[in-house]
Design a protein around this ligand. Structure first.
Ligand SMILES: Cc1cc2nc3c(=O)[nH]c(=O)nc-3n(C[C@H](O)[C@H](O)[C@H](O)COP(=O)(O)O)c2cc1C
Length: 209
């Protein structure tokens, strides 16, 4: 494992429960692969390019099999920079809280920036085809409530199915989730235990990575 892109979608820095778990994963991974490079992008604090009409025009040109020209090409410079940074990684770590049963808007914005035709997927005679091969992803989440398999709230978890769908669409099908939950609903003692449990799962996952 040479290069990992860490995509952070919480603005809470040191206070973040999600990052307490991903910190353990990264620390173990660095022990295992001392030479690995970790590129970190915090999508909630970085200014991402807005999807303006010119940029969307460019997307449709690519969808139709054309090229980026003129103003669309100029407008796409920032998008291409993000796509190249994304494609340079062989492994991805997403650290994201649950927000309103899904992902924070900044992570959705990032996905809308990088998931582009010609670069991450294409339409072929057989339908859509993901262009990413041999890439793996870990998603570490934390949630205020509990959406585990035995919880009555499990159907409200639109976060894991969405991330599996969108990254599966571009070819990343090897995705492991570690969900720290519940963080808020049952008080600090349950929160502490749930973080410790998730950290242990992160440690074990890094060992077998
Ligand atoms: C805007 C916002 C929306 C949230 N929506 C949900 C939600 O739908 N379900 C839930 O269980 N927790 C929700 N939470 C709670 C967070 O998921 C939880 O506190 C999480 O641990 C925060 O992660 P962090 O400490 O890494 O920032 C929300 C928090 C915020 C700030």
């Amino acid at each position: 494992m040479k290069k990992l892109l860490h995509i952070i979608a919480t603005p809470r820095g040191e206070a973040s429960r999600t990052l307490k778990v991903s910190g353990v994963f990264l620390a173990e991974l660095r022990k295992k692969y001392p030479g690995c490079t970790v590129d970190t992008i915090n999508v909630s604090t970085e200014t991402l390019p807005p999807l303006t009409v010119k940029r969307i025009d460019g997307k449709f040109a690519l969808l139709m099999g054309g090229d980026l020209e003129g103003e669309a090409a100029r407008a796409w410079k920032d998008i291409i920079t993000h796509i190249e940074r994304f494609l340079a990684a062989e492994t991805y770590l997403i650290s994201t809280p649950m927000w309103n049963f899904g992902i924070p808007y900044a992570l959705k914005h990032y996905i809308d920036v990088v998931v582009q035709p010609k670069y991450l997927f294409r339409y072929s005679e057989n339908g859509p085809e993901g262009l990413l091969k041999n890439k793996k992803m870990v998603v570490i989440t934390s949630r205020g409530g509990d959406y585990g398999p035995d919880s009555p709230a499990r159907t409200y978890d639109l976060q894991e199915p969405y991330l599996r769908a969108v990254f599966g669409f571009v070819g990343i099908t090897d995705i492991t989730f570690i969900n720290a939950q519940p963080m808020d609903a049952l008080g600090p003692e349950v929160e502490r235990k749930a973080i410790a449990q998730a950290q242990e799962a992160a440690r074990r996952l890094a060992e077998t990575w």
